[in-house]
Design a protein around this ligand. Structure first.
Ligand code: FES
Length: 94
């Protein structure tokens, strides 16, 4: 496993996103991925600001480069399932 073969979910925990649920998303998703044994292949990483504060909390998924705005921390587990499903789906651009 190399760092290039991992999936990364970048979660903004900057001043605006962090207060709107970014910090809760980061903690919930990390705990969930660890519990599911997926921490080796998927990581959540805090980011300080995407420069899109008005739409936060914001999330960016790598390697797809998908940007998600206004992510609801109350739906953390459901949103994580959708993100993981999208990551695992065949990429039509490939
Ligand atoms: S604080 Fe999240 S985009 Fe700026």
């Amino acid at each position: 496993m190399t760092s290039e073969s991992r999936d990364y979910i970048f979660v903004c925990t900057g001043p605006t996103c962090g207060e709107r649920g970014g910090k809760l998303l980061l903690r919930a998703w990390k705990d969930s991925l660890v519990e599911r044994g997926e921490w080796v292949t998927r990581r959540v990483v805090p980011v300080q600001c995407f420069g899109e504060c008005a739409t936060g909390p914001n999330v960016c998924v790598h390697p797809r480069g998908e940007f998600h705005a206004a992510v609801d921390a109350r739906e953390a587990e459901t949103v994580l399932e959708r993100l993981v499903a999208a990551i695992d789906a065949p990429n039509p651009a490939e």
